[in-house]
Write a protein that binds this ligand. Structure first.
Ligand code: URP
Ligand code: ZN
Ligand code: ZN
Length: 688
């Protein structure tokens, strides 16, 4: 089993760089940093200080004789490094410990990356990097490093933090089958493309315990992952039990984000009132709410209409989910989250309309983040109209890609300018025979596409190579912002002393053409087939192991670790907390009047009213009906001010449609089909 880190305290002011009790001091000589010339000049870097999150040794390791500190030498010539084989899944676990358990300061765990340009989200500079035991120990020039380190030449290359894919579904059981890329092939492919961490979703069936589902995912992933990973949890039903389990997941299991669905009616979808409850719970726990923004009720209606019209192919998948519906759901989710003062993350932003909603909300000061994915940035929904059924079905995912071919460029513009912040892939792959489950009915095509391997190249090609974003922004949207939002920064998402050695040597001058024939994913199709990408991962290191080495992918199943995500991320919650500071009623009034941020409600202190009070009239409303917006409609009560009809039905001039599609009185025992002889608008003999 992979080494698991101790779950850190969820304290918001957790100090990642708290000094180690016995730091080793190494003088950095003549350090030279490009854009921040004296950032580290003459400073003494403290080696050995480590994140409390990094559990350095396994239980067995802890009992072993400690390895002496390596001697300091000036020699930096490479020593031969044992070549690890590309492991077949069946034999990999046997050799795992031998091949990868190098957290002992031995020569094979020492790496020296020489001559590259380091790129972080906020600066880039020329410097070398020394790595030991999976941690970046030194950054500078003319470093004094221990002997025996392997040197990787990075002249003319960029040295960037490994990518973090915020959205994957490895081996997900879904729509009667399961995703073909599992935690082994999926993470191996991720590494091949320069992604060194994934965040997958625990997504089990409705009514299954969230904790049981979590254990299931951990069991699947721990034995197979080749890179570090973390988990989001999905809330697909609501009860006091779920509320309790959310607490345990946050406090004990390393979960800090919960995804809710406004699609997949009767399967995963929550109603608006449930969604609001979950948002409130997330807020209490310091967890991030995430939403799949579509309208499941409308999709169900419109997909039946498509079938009735005889449109059964993949194009119907898009037509019954038009982009204004994605925008409606995005707006609804943002509104409900804002009312709960819960920070919100919109997963897989697929359309211009939804992206505009996110952008507008951010400009209103709402705490919302938007995640376009490799698919929405790299291709479009015109493929649903392709004459080849397999090709069209290969692009089916929810929400769908959009037929407007200017969509990817538009989303990239917003990403470049921080209207959108972070990128994932929604990698959830199905082979031709699995997609063919829906050959006669598009509703049965398993939803999902690839992306985990190609995300970095696609974003470089469409973002940096086009001149829309610079390399620093590329790093921000492929790793740093994710690390900040999910509260693992600067352990991940930064090249800095003390950070994990998840590093990519990126060649901006090399190019490759994406193809299913050459990719490392298990799936037989690639939505980016034929795309020429400038910008290629040349070396990839995960926890200091070189796993992409001169074109060869060298990994072992289970070599990755589970990374717990602590709650109360500063990036996500500092504004939320400030808005909840208790104030007086005048402050609350001012904020409401000026339409400023939400704040904790506070009552106005005033003398009680002691004048006359009207008597309740003959319509005999029950106590419950006096409370506005109570959905329970008693017999013979009024509805929206108009009395019920003599047969006990609601007055037909009243609208009962809620945004979620639920009838406001659908739980009322007296709601019935009523024959109306004189309906509004004239006599009819039809059924109402
Ligand atoms: O089509 C998709 N997106 N499949 C995976 C499940 C989800 O909604 O994220
Ligand atoms: Zn989704
Ligand atoms: Zn997804």
């Amino acid at each position: 089993m992979p080494r698991e880190r101790k779950i850190p305290s969820p304290e918001p002011d957790f100090d990642f760089f708290a000094p180690h009790p016995h730091p080793t001091k190494v003088r950095v000589i003549n350090s030279m940093f490009g854009s921040v010339p004296d950032a580290f000049d003459g400073k003494t870097l403290e080696l050995g200080k480590e994140s409390p999150r990094r559990q350095k040794k396994t239980t067995e390791d802890a009992t072993a004789t400690p390895t002496p500190e390596p001697e300091l030498e000036t020699k930096t010539e490479p020593e031969p490094v044992p070549v690890e084989e590309v492991m077949k899944p069946s034999v990999a676990s046997e050799v795992k410990a031998m091949a990868w358990d190098t957290s002992d300061g031995s020569a094979q765990s020492r790496l020296f990356i020489k001559g590259g340009r380091i790129v972080n989200d906020d600066q880039s500079f020329d410097a070398d990097i020394y790595i030991e035991d999976g941690i970046i120990k030194q950054i500078g020039n003319n470093l004094v490093i221990p002997g025996g380190a392997r040197t990787i030449e990075a002249k003319g290359k960029l040295v960037i933090p490994g990518g973090i894919d915020t959205h994957t579904h490895m081996q997900l059981p879904f729509m009667g089958t399961h995703a073909v890329d599992d935690f082994y092939s999926g993470t191996k492919a991720a590494l091949a493309g320069g992604t060194t961490m994934i965040i997958d979703f625990v997504l089990d069936q409705k009514n299954v315990s969230l904790l049981e589902a979590y254990d299931k995912w951990r069991n699947w992933a721990d034995s197979k992952v080749c890179c570090d990973y973390a988990l989001h949890s999905c809330v697909t039903w609501w009860s006091p039990e779920v509320a309790k389990e959310m607490d345990i997941l946050c406090k004990e299991k390393g979960i800090n984000s919960f995804k809710m669905f406004l699609a997949y009616k009767d399967v995963f979808m929550l109603e608006d009132n449930e969604l609001y409850e979950v948002f409130k719970r997330c807020r209490e726990l310091g967890a991030l709410g995430m939403v799949h923004a579509e309208n499941g009720h409308l999709i169900a209606e419109k997909s039946s209409e498509m079938i009735q019209h005889g449109i059964t192919g993949p194009e119907a998948h898009e037509m019954c989910r038009p982009e204004e519906v994605e925008a409606e759901a995005t707006n609804r989710a943002i509104t409900l989250a804002n009312q709960a003062n819960c920070p919100l993350y919109i997963v897989h932003v697929m359309s211009k309309s939804a992206a505009k909603v996110v952008t507008k909300a951010r400009r209103q000061g709402k705490v919302v983040f938007g995640e376009p994915i490799a698919a929405s940035l790299g291709t479009d929904g015109t493929h649903y109209w392709n004459k080849c059924w397999r090709h069209a079905a290969g692009h089916v995912m929810g929400p769908p890609l959009r037929p407007d071919p200017t969509t990817p460029g538009y989303l990239m513009d917003l990403l470049a300018n921080n209207d959108l912040q972070v990128t994932g892939t929604d990698n959830c792959t199905f082979n031709a025979d699995q997609k063919a489950l829906g050959k006669d009915d598009f509703r049965k095509i398993p939803n999902g596409v690839n992306g985990v391997e190609d995300r970095m190249s696609v974003i470089w090609e469409k973002g940096v190579h086009t001149g829309k974003m610079d390399p620093c922004r590329f790093v921000a949207v492929t790793s740093t912002n994710a690390a900040k939002i999910f509260n693992i920064y600067p352990q991940k998402g930064r090249i800095a002393v003390g950070s994990d050695a998840d590093i990519v040597v990126w060649n901006p001058n090399a190019s490759r053409t994406i193809s299913a024939k050459t990719h490392h994913q298990a799936v037989d199709f690639n939505i980016f087939e034929g795309m020429l990408c400038h910008g290629v991962a040349e070396y990839v290191m995960t926890n200091g192991h070189v796993v992409l080495d001169e074109g060869q992918v060298r990994v072992t199943q289970g070599m990755g670790r589970f990374i717990p995500l602590p709650c109360n991320s500063e990036t996500v919650f500092s504004r939320i907390r400030e808005r909840e500071r208790v104030g007086n009623s005048e402050m609350v009034f001012n904020r409401i009047r000026e339409r400023e941020r939400t704040t904790k409600p506070c009552k106005v202190e005033r003398e009680p009213y002691d004048g006359p009070v009207a008597k309740i009239t003959a319509t005999q409303m029950s106590e419950k009906m006096i409370v506005a917006d109570n959905p329970i409609i008693p017999n013979n009560a009024e509805f929206h001010g108009r009395p019920m009809t003599s047969s006990g039905a609601r007055n037909l001039q009243d609208s009962t449609f809620s945004l979620s599609g639920q009838q406001i009185d659908e739980k009322s025992p007296r709601r019935s089909t009523t024959r109306s002889l004189n309906p509004p608008g004239g006599k009819s003999s039809g059924l109402w």
